[in-house]
Design a binder for this molecule. Structure first.
Ligand code: GTP
Ligand code: MG
Length: 559
């Protein structure tokens, strides 16, 4: 089997020029680099890339976004008096300002990325009050829709990315001002005066009293706000929230009123001048302004949702496996150096009734390294071989497949992750930030390189790192995929085949004695991602575990 593979393999690529030749052809005006120089240059480039990724602390592993939110400001109150024929001194009649709009956050299954969330979110302000007792209208609530699986965090106070809150912003505006001027500004922000009565107002004791009351009320709000800041927002939005339905709501009224989680509340509207009417002050000529809405900076992070997560050391062949399982549709980069994959990549596996899966079962399919495949594509393109190639749809019709004969009965997603190394949980290598997205996988699969000296040690390291990251996480592991099995067994030499079998047995023995999860021994499946061998067994095993996990998670929800 292996010989046949190698023969077909070498035949396919034999016409490929060496790297040096192709470099000469493509850039005739540059000094051609020797093969070693090219390799060195590529290695340096890769090193810079991974170093950069590492420095970021995994920030861009997942969809990550910092949003700056301001709830709507309250509307101002109004200072007005009622006027009517034969009634020259009517009562105060200024309306109150409306409340600013609140800002909510709500998960929705209709989104898959955070790209539709804007970075700067402003709630609707409340309307100002008007004469003849007309209150301003309230600002409408704003709902930020985010995909399911979003983690929402309020940034800590000392985080440089955090925007100033409303109080800090005001303090900043006063910086460097004289005491008198500061007082004047403070007042301007809070009071509305009846035209031309400002100077008169500030002398009156009724106004001074009202100002003192206002000051006290404000201090109260500020205290509350500070207490809330001690308990920053943290939401893990991974469940669909049931919207309350009001079937009997009258026509024109919304039938659901679930807005999600309140993130920032709008500012309170100001009082109109009737509020200040008292026995001693029969004609108050002032009103208050509305407050600013709450200002908050959130970090949103999207956890990937895949049914199965592949866990393995760098170069174990995780990306190759993902490509093989999805028939090459998932584009995950493959190369023979550590940390090729820098971000998790999710692919969909579609299984049909008889256990075959779309793109699978083609034993001839070889999933080569990305650079090799690109090179081959370019060659074909340049030689014009693509000009009359049949499209995928045409090929399907040629095969007598009208689209109805393959019945997809099961579908699951599988995530290829960056390599995990020893001490990853202490943020060595690419760290553990992507492990977060694996937390929610229904099952994990260890991928080990069977051709390596001690695949069992690899499993041990992987398991320890998972446990260190989150105790109990290794219990999610369901199978061991022994990849690169094609490298063993030599050329069919009986001794080597025997040795390979021994090795596999030893691996199984190790799993039996060390990896028993909930009284269940993990399956060990030898395979070759590169040559698409034994993939069906993997798909079937994964399917079994996923069906089981989905069933229990549904019954778990019911109870
Ligand atoms: N012979 C053989 N080689 C394989 C097989 N699977 C992967 N390889 C090779 O192993 C190397 C690494 O493969 P990748 O799929 O990039 O490995 P990875 O685990 O994704 O690596 P990182 O992304 O760095 O963590 C590549 O050179 C592959 O061609 C296999 O089944 N047989
Ligand atoms: Mg990879």
């Amino acid at each position: 089997m292996r010989i046949r593979m190698l023969v077909s393999h070498s035949r396919r690529y034999s016409s490929r020029p060496t790297g040096a030749q192709s470099a000469e052809a493509s850039s005739s005006y540059e000094i051609p680099l020797s093969l070693e120089e090219q390799e060195l240059r590529d290695a340096l480039f890769r090193k810079r890339k991974t170093d950069w990724k590492r420095r970021q602390g995994g920030q861009s592993f997942l969809d990550n976004l910092i949003v700056n939110i301001r709830a709507g400001a309250g509307g101002d109150g109004c200072a007005a008096f009622h006027r009517e024929k034969f009634k020259p001194y009517g009562p105060p009649s200024g309306g109150n300002g409306g409340r600013g709009g609140d800002v909510y956050i709500q998960p929705t299954p209709h989104l898959t990325t955070l790209s539709s969330v804007s970075r700067r979110i402003r709630g609707e302000p409340g309307g100002n009050g008007q004469g003849t007792w007309q209150n301003g209208r309230n600002g409408a609530p704003l709902v930020i829709k985010v995909p399911l699986g979003t983690v929402v965090r309020e940034l800590a106070r000392d985080d440089p990315r955090r925007a100033k809150d409303e109080w800090e912003a005001e303090q900043e505006a006063y910086e460097g001002l004289e005491k008198e001027e500061r007082r004047k500004k403070w007042r301007e922000r809070r009071w509305v005066h009846y035209p031309q009565y400002e100077d008169d107002n500030v002398e009156r004791s009724a106004f001074k009293e009202a100002e003192w009351e206002l000051y006290k009320a404000e201090r109260e709000i500020r205290m509350q706000r500070r207490q809330r800041a001690a308990d920053p927002i943290f939401l893990d939005l991974d469940k669909i929230e049931d919207t309350e339905k009001h079937i009997d709501a009258p026509l024109g009224q919304p039938r659901t009123n679930h807005l999600g989680h309140l993130i920032a509340s709008g500012g309170v509207g100001g009082y109109g001048n009737p509020h200040f009417l008292s026995a001693t002050n029969r004609s108050p000529k002032f009103a208050t302004r509305g407050y600013d809405g709450e200002r908050i900076t959130l970090s949103l992070e999207l956890k990937l949702l895949a049914d199965v997560g592949l866990v393995g050391m760098p170069n174990a062949g995780k990306s190759t496996l993902l490509r093989a399982l999805t028939g090459g549709r998932a584009k995950s980069e493959i190369a023979s150096y550590a940390f090729t994959t820098l971000n998790p990549v999710v692919g969909v596996v579609r299984v049909s009734e008889d256990g075959s899966f779309v793109g699978g079962g083609v034993e001839e399919m070889v999933h080569e390294e990305t650079s090799v495949e690109e090179e081959r594509d370019r060659e074909l393109m340049e030689s014009g071989a693509y000009a009359d190639v049949r499209t995928r749809n045409q090929l399907r019709l040629d095969n007598g497949d009208d689209g109805a004969s393959i019945v997809e009965t099961f579908r699951f997603t599988i995530a290829d992750n960056p390599g995990l190394i020893s001490q990853a949980s202490e943020n060595v290598g690419l760290g553990h930030s992507f492990l977060r997205s694996m937390e929610r996988s229904l099952a994990l699969a260890y991928v080990v390189d069977l051709s390596g000296p001690a695949p069992w040690d690899e499993i041990n390291v992987l398991r320890e790192e998972l446990e260190k990251y989150k105790p109990g996480m290794s219990k999610q592991a369901r199978m061991v995929i022994a990849n690169k099995a094609d490298l063993l067994g030599g050329d069919g030499n009986a001794d080597e085949v025997q040795a390979a079998r021994k090795k596999l047995e030893r691996l199984e023995e190790y799993v039996r004695t060390n990896l028993v999860v909930d009284g269940r021994v993990l399956d060990v499946i030898p395979t070759s991602g590169k040559y698409s061998q034994n993939l069906r067994a993997i798909v079937q095993t994964m399917r079994r575990y996923i069906e089981e996990a989905r069933a229990t998670s549904i019954s778990g929800n019911d109870s």
